[in-house]
Design a protein around this ligand. Structure first.
Ligand SMILES: [Zn+2]
Length: 266
């Protein structure tokens, strides 16, 4: 099965980047303003209205190619804005929550998490403490992150939690095995691929990243499954992986140079 999953983080009011989720310049790169998100949804409605789905009902999608899944990482308060705006289109999203942060000032409260679930959105785990290098943890720590988070969410929504996403984007087969052991059946990675794969009964999805500067036409092109934008995310992702292996310093320097170049060109 091929699926286009889009990875959003916080949806924020104009200029209120510190009002939802993790704070700092780095986190802000992954936040989308309400106005931009409105445009993204309108573009998606024009491009793929009949294909927006949730993992639990993938078999009901009428379109024969590339169902589109909308995911929101971290569990910041912007999820409430996102949910309202999705519902205006009749759509539902996947809200993946780092459970240790529930109740913190810029994150969802317990009753808000429960309400998202009651409104038909998928509530899933994004680990408990949000380790940035999940694949580097000892297996027992991976298991603890998944189990603690899943049981906390299950207590909140009153149902088993079957969906999750990997914090920090670092994937390994072991991360998926430990997720499967914690009862997770659908796991979103940050690999920019449309194919799905299985590990121990858990179905894995790649995701395409939406960043602060991602335009509505770019989102629509991704959602249509166009090859060029997908290949370019794939190339950049693998370049980053290579640089990270070379060493954190080299990676950070090049990343900074890329960001500065982008700021000048925008
Ligand atoms: Zn995250």
């Amino acid at each position: 099965m091929r699926v286009i999953s889009l990875m959003y983080h916080d949806i924020v009011e104009e200029e209120a980047f510190d009002g939802s989720g993790f704070s700092g310049a780095d986190a802000d790169l992954y936040k989308t303003t309400q106005r931009d998100f409105q445009e993204h949804l309108a573009a998606l409605a024009r491009a793929r209205s009949d294909s927006i789905a949730i993992v639990l009902r993938l078999n009901e999608v009428t379109s024969d190619s590339f169902p589109v899944l909308l995911t929101f990482d971290d569990g910041g308060r912007g999820a409430l804005l996102a949910a309202d705006m999705l519902e205006a289109h009749g759509w539902r999203g996947h809200f993946l929550v780092a459970t240790d942060f529930i109740g913190h000032s810029t994150f969802l409260k317990r009753e808000e998490v429960r309400r998202l679930h009651e409104r038909g959105h998928v509530v899933g785990s994004h680990s408990a403490s949000h380790p940035l290098r999940m694949a580097s943890l000892a297996p027992s720590r991976m298991r603890e992150e998944w189990e603690r988070s899943v049981s906390e969410l299950a207590a909140i929504i009153g149902e088993p939690v079957r969906v999750a996403s990997i914090p920090g984007g670092q994937y390994s087969r072991r991360v998926a095995e430990e997720a499967a052991r914690a009862g997770i059946r659908y796991l979103f990675t940050s690999e920019p691929v449309a194919r799905t794969w299985s590990v121990d009964g858990c179905l894995l999805f790649g995701r395409y990243t939406v960043q602060r500067w991602t335009s509505a036409p770019a989102v629509a092109r991704l959602a249509r499954g166009e090859r060029l934008p997908r290949m370019s995310q794939y190339a950049i992702w693998n370049l980053k992986k290579g640089l990270k292996m070379l060493g954190g310093d080299a990676y950070l320097k090049i990343r900074q140079a890329v960001l500065e170049g982008r700021a000048r060109s925008s």
